[in-house]
Write a protein that binds this ligand. Structure first.
Ligand code: PLP
Length: 300
């Protein structure tokens, strides 16, 4: 049985950086690249792979055999953690928001988690809000056994160390510093990691996929801008306009997006580009953070 580092080495290569040759129907003079983190791993995809990596190594080093984490019913993080448990031999416990779901038929995300062996525990919204309280974590560990705790969305210090690695990869692949690096924002771990390693000449644009951040970003960098205009009404909300944009983008580029995160970011980048936000010739890198397990059937 290979150890965890050997297993990482088998499939955690860098993700490709792709220039979109003809992304705009009209003339827009920027060079738009996609950093294809969605291709990092077929199941532990995108930024969730980056965020789990050093946590999984720490959990193994500290000899945990169980991961315990939190998420909503459609959580990409729960999905990725369940898959990572399979790949790296951890038991996994998922605390899911919504006790009414316990008896409901499983959606595809939760069905996948269970198929990976994740034990799901459904809690009401009041309990779920206690997810970061030490007392509550102790209660859960008494119920399910000691586990390495990953917060909701997987965002912690080690997660940011993982997402920070995206920027030097981009610089090496581009052979130069990018003017802009863009990513979607949920809990903020991804954008905070990018901000750590982004050079001063790079502006990091975070596109909020939620209405208002319920977190304080651990960012002190002046080169980060959080954009709130492209949340389309809030987390997992969509509009016909957004879905049409995604379908058109997919047809034009051959790259699939989803409607919760990456579609909103790219909609925002296109909108800004058309308004002349980016200088002529600017290099714009959009991080494709994955999440395709949650892609809506309305996009097919
Ligand atoms: C979870 C997720 C995000 C949000 O990342 P945060 O680090 O929580 O801000 C963005 N894109 C995709 C596809 C995700 O699954």
């Amino acid at each position: 049985m290979p150890n965890i580092k050997q297993r990482f080495a088998t499939f955690a290569a860098e993700s490709p950086l792709q220039l979109l040759a003809d992304p705009f129907p009209e003339r827009v003079d920027i060079k738009l690249f996609l950093k294809r983190d969605d291709l990092l791993h077929p199941l532990v995809s995108g930024n969730k792979w980056r965020k789990l990596k050093y946590n999984l190594l720490a959990a193994k080093e500290q000899e945990y055999d169980t991961l315990l984490t939190f998420g909503g019913a459609y959580s990409n993080h729960l999905y990725a953690t369940a898959a990572a448990g399979q790949v790296f031999d951890f038991r996994t416990i998922g605390i899911v928001r919504g006790d009414e779901l316990a008896t409901a038929p499983r959606n595809s995300t939760l069905a996948f988690c269970e198929a990976c062996g994740m034990r799901l525990h459904f809690v009401n919204r009041t309990d779920y809000r206690r997810k970061d309280e030490p007392d509550y974590l102790r209660e859960l560990q008494n119920m399910f056994g000691t586990g390495y705790v990953l917060p909701e969305g997987g965002t912690n210090e080690l997660a940011m160390q993982g997402t920070a690695e995206v920027v030097p990869e981009i610089i090496t692949q581009l052979g130069q510093i990018s003017d802009y690096i863009c990513c979607p924002v949920g809990t903020g771990g991804t954008v905070a990691g990018l901000a750590r390693t982004a050079p001063d000449q790079t502006t990091v644009l975070g596109f909020l996929s939620i209405k208002a951040p319920d977190f304080q970003l651990p960012i002190s960098s002046p080169s980060v801008q959080l954009l709130t205009d492209y949340s389309f009404g809030g987390y997992a909300k969509t509009t016909p306009d957004l879905l049409t944009f995604i379908k058109t983008f997919e047809r034009r580029t051959g790259v699939l997006l989803e409607q919760v995160y990456t579609g909103k970011m790219l909609y925002g980048i296109y909108d800004l580009a058309r308004q002349g936000y980016f200088a002529d010739g600017a290099t714009v890198v959009a991080v494709h953070t994955g999440g395709l397990q949650g892609r809506s059937r309305a996009l097919d």
